[in-house]
Design a protein around this ligand. Structure first.
Ligand SMILES: NC(=O)c1ccc[n+]([C@@H]2O[C@H](COP(=O)([O-])OP(=O)(O)OC[C@H]3O[C@@H](n4cnc5c(N)ncnc54)[C@H](O)[C@@H]3O)[C@@H](O)[C@H]2O)c1
Length: 311
């Protein structure tokens, strides 16, 4: 099997690439840049291009059996600043990709949607896949629209899409721009001796998944003969204050490190609690998250320390 891994040089994509290689699956990465934190992988083919360029994508699809789509030009907190750019960069390119898959008879796609945004403000706890979709950000609205186009292609043309609604992934190789990924951002800022800010009182609860567990799920989904939407989280909730306590514990013995977050007013788009029900993915893919928050934060801290020293 050969897979086109779109966005394979990103945070999640880099781990999916590792996992595919370990499974002996041939990988062609399509991305507009190389990985920022490590050299290209020896057994992986790299095609540099832009998903909005139909000709480049079409060429990159030659000879592949399946697609994993992990490219996104937006994150929840910035998508509302320019919804038109969000639609152009993400929705239109995804719809074109589906058309090209139909034309080239590639049937299988794994797509990373967002369990933190497609449900809006959840009315159940945990949130199962059947929960109504009421996104309150452009990012979530575009994710739902892409999911719907995939369903349409499934009904009309027999596409086999697997949508994974990811919760909050964290782990090595997460960028540290500070706009997404509280664990990575806080660890990076702490390693550099920079202050850490918390929006709100730290009581909001999220479902954090170690990135390698999410990558394993992507590959399990790819190699299973099914289609549909699946929550992709740890199934457990942790508050921001829980994360703060764990980061304090993991950094406590580091000389010169002072982890002392400053609390700022909450943000209107942060929903109070989102924890995903992952029983469907556990059942259909015989998959389960393996790395708990304590171990995951320790591994991430080790990576951040090494990488920030080399910077
Ligand atoms: N990280 C999260 O917290 C999170 C949570 C839920 C869902 N997701 C989804 O998972 C997917 C991967 O996220 P990530 O955190 O790895 O993001 P990332 O930004 O680290 O990686 C995305 C990759 O896609 C590439 N890319 C973006 N636009 C492109 C384009 N037009 N053409 C070619 N390449 C392009 C980027 O260069 C980057 O390497 C995205 O769809 C994202 O929406 C992420």
């Amino acid at each position: 099997m050969k897979v086109l891994l779109i966005g394979g040089c990103g945070f999640i994509g880099s781990h999916v690439a590792d996992c595919l290689v370990e499974h002996g699956i041939a990988v062609r990465i399509f991305d507009r840049r190389l990985e920022p934190f490590r050299d290209p992988l020896p057994r992986v083919e790299y095609v540099m291009g832009d998903l909005t360029d139909t000709a480049q994508v079409f060429e990159a699809m030659s000879g592949v059996d399946a697609v994993i789509h992990l490219a996104s030009t937006t994150v929840p907190s910035t998508s509302n600043l320019d919804p038109v750019a969000d639609i152009k960069g993400n929705l239109i390119s995804a719809v074109r990709l589906l058309e090209m898959m139909r034309a080239t008879d590639i049937r299988k796609i794994v797509y990373l949607s967002s369990g933190g945004t497609v449900y809006g403000i959840p009315t159940t706890d945990p949130v199962a896949e059947a929960h109504p979709l009421n996104p309150i950000s452009s990012y979530g609205i575009v994710k739902v629209a892409i999911e719907n186009y995939m369903q349409m292609e499934n009904h009309l043309h027999g596409l086999q899409p697997i949508v994974l609604r990811a919760s909050n992934p964290y782990g090595p190789r997460q960028g540290h721009g500070g706009i997404q990924g509280i664990i990575g951002t806080h660890l990076w800022r702490t390693a550099r001796g920079e202050g850490v800010e918390i929006w709100g009182d730290g009581s909001i609860v999220r479902d954090f998944i170690y990135v390698r567990d999410l990558a394993d799920l992507c590959v399990a989904a790819l190699t299973t003969d099914t289609s549909g939407c699946y929550n992709a989280g740890s199934g457990a909730g942790a508050s921001i204050n829980d994360i703060v306590d764990r980061i304090r514990a993991v950094t406590a013995d580091e000389p010169g490190i002072n982890f002392d977050p400053v609390y700022k007013p909450g943000r209107s788009f942060d929903v109070p609690r989102v924890v995903l029900d992952i029983s469907k993915a556990r059942r259909d893919f015989r998959w389960a998250p393996k790395v708990d928050l304590k171990e995951g934060i320790e591994r991430t801290w080790e990576w951040v320390k090494q990488t920030s020293r080399a910077d």
